[in-house]
Design a protein around this ligand. Sequence first.
Ligand code: ITT
Length: 197
Amino acid sequence: MRVLFVTGNQNKVTEASGILSPLGFAIEQLLIGGQVPDLIEPQAEGIEEIAKSKLEQAVSLTMGTEFENEVLLVEDSGLFIDSLSGFPGPYSSFVKETIGLSGVLSLMSEETDRGAEFRAVAAVSFRGSILTSTGICRGVISENISGDFGFGYDPIFIPEEANGRTCAQLSSHEKSAISHRGFALKGVSELLNPPSK
Ligand code: ITT
């Protein structure tokens, strides 16, 4: 089954493909007229509302186009830090672009509680319905920026199952086996293609 991923982040497309291709889905980035569709990200909302809103916008944009009957996927993610009451959460993109990873580490410099989680909500449009699935990856914020793989906050996030390595020190296969995106997208795959009983 072909799934069109509505995102401007090529790293997310690569990870989604690695997760969903072995389950029988062909993932392609949705481009309309060769461009990533420009979607408005609602402010002051949780990531589930953001994912659903962006998916509804994408469904509207594809109506009357060659993509009208395709399965569309939107996935919104964020890093939620316990001691910062879930910050940056829905503001993760903005915070990454402004204060960056070193700024987040500075906010945490005196903090002993370093617990945090990545969350992802995947939303797909399928035969006129919207289906959603959430994935969570628990871990801690590292003391230093480490690792060359992955993207975004990967160099400062150590998942519980990673033996002290940051996500940026894991192979893509290792990361996806335990990641928020891995869990959310596997959930979506089951909604689209329920295992036979
Ligand atoms: P789209 O909204 O176009 O899909 P985006 O990069 O803006 O792409 P998100 O809003 O979902 O994606 O991501 C919010 C922030 O969290 C952004 O700075 C990402 O780099 C970061 N992020 C998301 N998933 C991540 C992951 O698996 N590892 C590290 N950082 C991640």
